[in-house]
Design a protein around this ligand. Structure first.
Ligand code: SAH
Ligand code: SF4
Ligand code: F3S
Length: 499
């Protein structure tokens, strides 16, 4: 059986794309390996959102050069956003790469690998650029395929991503996504519902709906228009699905009908990722975000008022073109007053081809970007830790996702130690058996899970509980994690459930 090694960076869209590519290649007889040296085909699913993400891929490709020289049969593929962004440049910088495939052309991957193997040389398949034809043709060239799923490639077997929207039309001036993912298009509700039903049949309990501006979802067919709130209401009826999440929200499209749906649908996670990007009107204008800070504040106040205990998270860019100390302090003010559950903070990275790169100067020195990043992160961490304290002494409902990071590390160390004593013939992933250093099924271990408001909870439990929804009593908390113990009725009957 041919062996496939795949490495994925970037956002959840890429995680989903990798799942689909793996599903397609499994149908061709491939099996997955975690060892790139042993693989017949090595694929990197790439991201272009910041320069750092691209450079990491070129370094990883560099490390494969010798392997390719000693085994020319090895197929090396670069897929995803950087493939679309750099196109032939990938071949120029790494001439031993065999295929470059953009995110809108992933259905062609199996065929392209075959062509390489048959001696047809390097293969390039990308979608049309945003100025390379009529909107209809460009849109069609970015259509993705989502029917093939592979449960083993999911974050866990009971959690899955569902794409509801492709591309983006917002064209924020710093952002490469609209050019690499193409025009914004919403998928039909029938297709989305069918996919969610299929996932529920496969044992999936939680679905996360994906879109660059997921709440801008709208699908019109004849006389009927399906809004995002209508879609989540329909998905809510699917038996077996217990939790519905969605990312990422665009602040201007946080309409009341959506907030009401989130509030009233019990399966809908009370967690909203709504990036602000900046707290300065001047910056928001240069970024072309389409709202003012006052409008963002109004949206946030409305969200907190309508959905009790909702967790809101945000993204910020520091050091964008022209950002002064005053602009940055306005972003700090917004972080201080907004009580985000957490914020992802990025140093501006100029992206060739964007309006930001064409018309603005990347004039904030890197040292200043770094200092601002750290200052904002410290403030956000302080707030996150303070807010997590309110869970102390209460209980939360947790969907158990798997072993905690510490438990995974401990298991790997134990396995390594055992392999050094008795080399194991095959590194079998199923674990289990005594004498292999792995915790046997049913043994106590440290587990991790998430609350309905997306808080990470770590606790001692039984690995049989993975995939179950259980109550955890919280006794400690830091900025990122709640720590607790499994609630047993006879011991802790009086705890109050918090969310
Ligand atoms: N569609 C989502 C986010 C896509 S990219 C949205 O609109 O919110 C994820 C995050 O990366 C963005 O929210 C932004 O904070 C950050 N980002 C995008 N382009 C960037 C750039 N050129 N430099 C630094 N951060 C960037
Ligand atoms: Fe990029 Fe803006 Fe679109 Fe988000 S909304 S993907 S930040 S252009
Ligand atoms: Fe990166 Fe593409 Fe996602 S650029 S952030 S992987 S849409």
């Amino acid at each position: 059986m041919p062996k496939l090694y795949i490495e994925t960076v970037g956002c959840q869209m890429n995680v989903l794309d990798s799942e689909l590519v793996v599903a397609a290649l499994r149908k061709e007889g491939y099996e997955l390996t975690s060892d790139s040296a042993a693989a017949d085909t090595v694929i990197f699913n790439t991201c272009s959102v910041r320069e750092h993400a691209e450079e990491k891929i070129y370094s990883a490709l560099g490390r494969l050069k010798n392997a390719k020289q000693s085994n020319p049969e090895k197929v090396i593929g670069v897929i995803g956003c950087m493939a679309q962004n750099h196109q032939r440049t990938v071949f120029e910088r790494a001439p031993y790469v065999d295929l470059v495939v953009g995110p809108g052309q992933l259905h062609q991957v199996p065929e392209l690998i075959r062509k390489v193997q048959q001696g047809s040389g390097q293969q390039l398949e990308v979608s049309l650029g945003r100025k390379d034809g009529s909107r209809e043709n460009i849109t069609r060239s970015h259509e993705s395929f989502d029917p093939l799923r592979d449960p083993t490639m999911r974050p866990t077997p009971f959690q899955a991503y569902v794409r509801i929207q492709i591309g983006c039309d917002k064209f924020c001036t710093y952002c490469i996504v609209p050019s690499v993912r193409g025009p914004e298009q919403s998928r039909s509700p029938q297709h989305i519902l069918a996919e969610a039903r299929q996932l529920a049949d496969e044992g999936c309990k939680e679905i996360t709906l994906l879109g660059q501006t997921v709440n801008s979802y709208k699908y019109t067919e004849g006389e009927t228009t399906t809004r995002f709130s209508d879609l989540i209401t329909s998905l809510h009826d699917i038996e077996g699905i217990d939790r519905i999440k969605f990312v990422t929200n665009y602040p201007k499209d946080m309409t009341d009908d959506l907030l009401i749906a989130v509030r009233d649908l019990p399966k809908c996670c009370k967690y909203l990722h709504v990036p602000a990007q900046s707290g300065s009107d001047a910056q928001l204008k240069t970024m072309r975000r389409g709202y003012t800070v006052a409008e963002y504040r109004e949206m946030l106040a409305r969200t907190y008022e309508m959905i009790p205990n909702v967790a809101v998270t945000s993204d910020f860019i520091v050091g964008f073109s022209g950002e002064t100390d005053e602009d940055f302090q306005m972003s700090m003010d917004l972080v201080r007053e907004s009580r985000f559950k957490n914020s992802f903070i990025f140093k501006y990275s100029e992206r060739p081809g964007t309006k930001g790169a064409q018309h603005m100067i990347d004039d904030v020195p890197d040292a200043v970007k770094r200092a601002r990043n750290q200052e904002m992160l410290a403030l956000q961490n302080e707030i996150s830790e303070e807010d997590n304290q309110r869970f102390l002494g209460g209980k939360v409902e947790v969907l158990v996702e798997g072993l905690s990071k510490a438990a995974i590390k401990k298991e790997a160390e134990l396995q390594n130690a055992n392999e050094q004593i008795t080399p194991s013939p095959s590194p079998s992933p199923q674990g289990g058996g005594e004498g292999h250093g792995m915790a046997p099924q049913g043994q106590q271990t440290q587990l991790t899970g998430r609350t309905m408001c997306d808080r990470i909870v770590v606790f001692d439990g039984n690995r049989r509980q993975v995939g179950e929804t259980i109550d955890i009593a919280i006794y400690d908390a830091n900025a990122h994690t709640l720590f607790g113990s499994v609630v047993t009725q006879h011991l802790t009957p009086e705890l109050v459930t918090l969310s």
